[in-house]
Write a protein that binds this ligand. Structure first.
Ligand code: CMC
Length: 433
């Protein structure tokens, strides 16, 4: 048997030493297994924001932040992005291997035939105010799926888990499109089984009952690529939220709704919408210096949206691909003088030559250029994070499935360093001054 490496921790005050096992990884840093620390030494570890904490073992996605590398199941993101198909990537993330022809055809058929929504669900959309943010609708409606699909709620049954995973991947575009249609006061459009995953989303967003609609192949191709890039990103905030919710054995629909809520924040997936708001506010190249100064000012809450990342200390590889695709899409749409893209590129150039950003290794992330492509395709700003949520659902369900089939799975229950009052006696209200 291979010898387990250990890490010795010594308490400087008492001199007590404890040996902790090291969990080796295939690539990337190993982790000290501190799970026995409290039992053996009576102390917790303290790491707010999980700066140095591996919360689980996973075989799905690998990121090397210093070099800017991203791999799904060992395959470099650049190769999947150039050659791949979103459902092929979804299969890879869920099952660990690239599908053979017949496997992909079966998976595609299964996802396609789960795209319809229960008719009663339509009433839910009508319950939302007409100008509700589509992400608000998504959180509610996706959570409500647990009230409809009772035959896939037994989390101890691997087959039911798989059906729930397929349903979620299949129904996300239908719910997303219906959220958009409600927002603009248009009728909900049924899916078309003859279309690809991304073309069907465009169809459900833009078709009308009045005339024939054919999805634009440029838009379909661009969405396919953006969805591949967004499909997974190991233990990010929303995926960790899904895992934590799932660790209490909650049903998968509720867990994914929790993930959507977490994704919505502007520090995470909400950044793509915030980037376009920021570019609109900056307005012109002549204003960039003013906004760079605001971003550097510690008394100002303004941050350069779409910049910086907890893990990447080099250019986010997804942003690299998206910037190139941005050029291609705008060229194909004959929109080469797109002022937002010009402004974003100039902003990037100025920020990347500024000592503040260089020192802190702040580079454009996946959200910096994605909104410009979405906008060029006619997708409104408030749908950008919804697009992200559709793609990331694949990662969320892959992690949920991995966690649920792990025999070491335990409820996630962090501890704390208590800093409140020490024990004190209750004072009746009449005696309080
Ligand atoms: N603009 C200005 N300063 C920044 C920025 C930014 N966008 N990002 C980080 N910093 C500074 C920050 O003030 C801090 O400076 P100092 O060391 O002087 O206190 C330093 O850089 C480290 O930042 P941090 O907040 O400790 O880093 P973090 O790893 O906790 O946060 C982040 C990562 C992504 C939340 C952050 O960079 C940020 O808020 N970026 C803007 C929002 C954004 O684009 N989010 C999308 C992330 S990628 C896609 C996704 O997750 O969905």
């Amino acid at each position: 048997m291979a010898e387990v490496k250990t890490f010795t921790l010594t308490n400087d005050e008492t001199g007590q030493s404890i040996k902790l096992p090291i969990r080796e990884s295939v690539q990337g840093p190993a982790a000290i297994d501190v799970s026995s620390l409290y039992k053996e030494a009576g102390v917790f570890t303290y790491d707010p924001g999980f700066m140095s904490t591996a919360s689980c073992q996973s075989k799905i996605t690998y990121i090397q932040g210093e070099e800017g590398l991203l791999e799904y199941r060992g395959y470099p993101i650049e190769q999947l992005a150039v050659n791949g198909d979103f459902l092929e990537t979804a299969y890879l993330l869920l099952y660990g291997e690239l599908p053979k022809k017949d496997e992909l055809a079966e998976f595609d058929h299964d996802i396609t035939h789960h795209t319809m929504l229960n008719e009663t669900l339509k009433n839910f959309f009508n319950g939302f105010h007409y100008n509700a943010h589509p992400m608000a609708i998504m959180v509610g409606v996706v959570g409500s799926l647990s009230a409809f699909y009772h035959d896939s709620l037994d989390i101890n049954d691997p087959q039911q888990r798989e059906i729930a995973a397929h349903r979620l991947i299949a129904k996300m575009p239908s719910i997303a499109a219906a959220s958009y249609r409600h927002n603009i006061g248009a009728p909900i459009v049924y899916p078309r089984h003859s279309l690809s995953y991304c073309a069907n989303l465009l169809h459900m967003m833009y078709a009308t009952p009045c005339e024939q609609y054919e999805p634009d192949p440029i838009a379909e191709k661009a969405l396919n690529l953006l969805f591949i890039l967004h499909a997974d990103h190991e233990q990010n905030a929303s995926t960790s939220t899904v895992r934590l919710a799932g660790s209490s054995l909650a049903n998968p629909f509720a867990c994914i709704a929790a993930g959507i809520a977490s994704l919505w924040g502007p520090a995470h997936g909400g950044a793509n919408e915030a980037v376009l708001d920021m570019l609109a506010e900056i307005g012109d190249v002549s204003q960039i210096d003013k906004y760079i100064a605001k971003a550097k000012d510690k008394d100002d809450s303004f941050r350069l949206m779409g910049f910086g990342h907890r893990v990447y200390k080099k250019y986010d590889p997804r942003a690299n691909i998206i910037r190139d695709v941005c050029h291609q899409v705008l060229e194909k749409l004959a929109d080469t003088n797109n002022p937002l893209f010009e402004l974003a590129q100039r902003l990037e150039e100025i920020a990347l030559s500024d000592e503040y950003f260089i020192e802190r290794k702040l580079y454009p992330n996946v959200d910096f250029y994605s909104g410009i492509i979405y906008r060029a395709l006619g997708i409104p700003n408030n749908m950008f994070t919804v697009m992200f949520a559709i793609a990331r659902t694949v990662g969320w369900v892959a992690h949920w499935m991995e966690m649920m089939s792990d025999p070491r799975q335990k409820i996630g229950r962090p501890r704390q360093v208590y800093k409140g009052h020490a024990r004190r006696e209750y004072i009746p209200i009449s005696q309080r001054d």
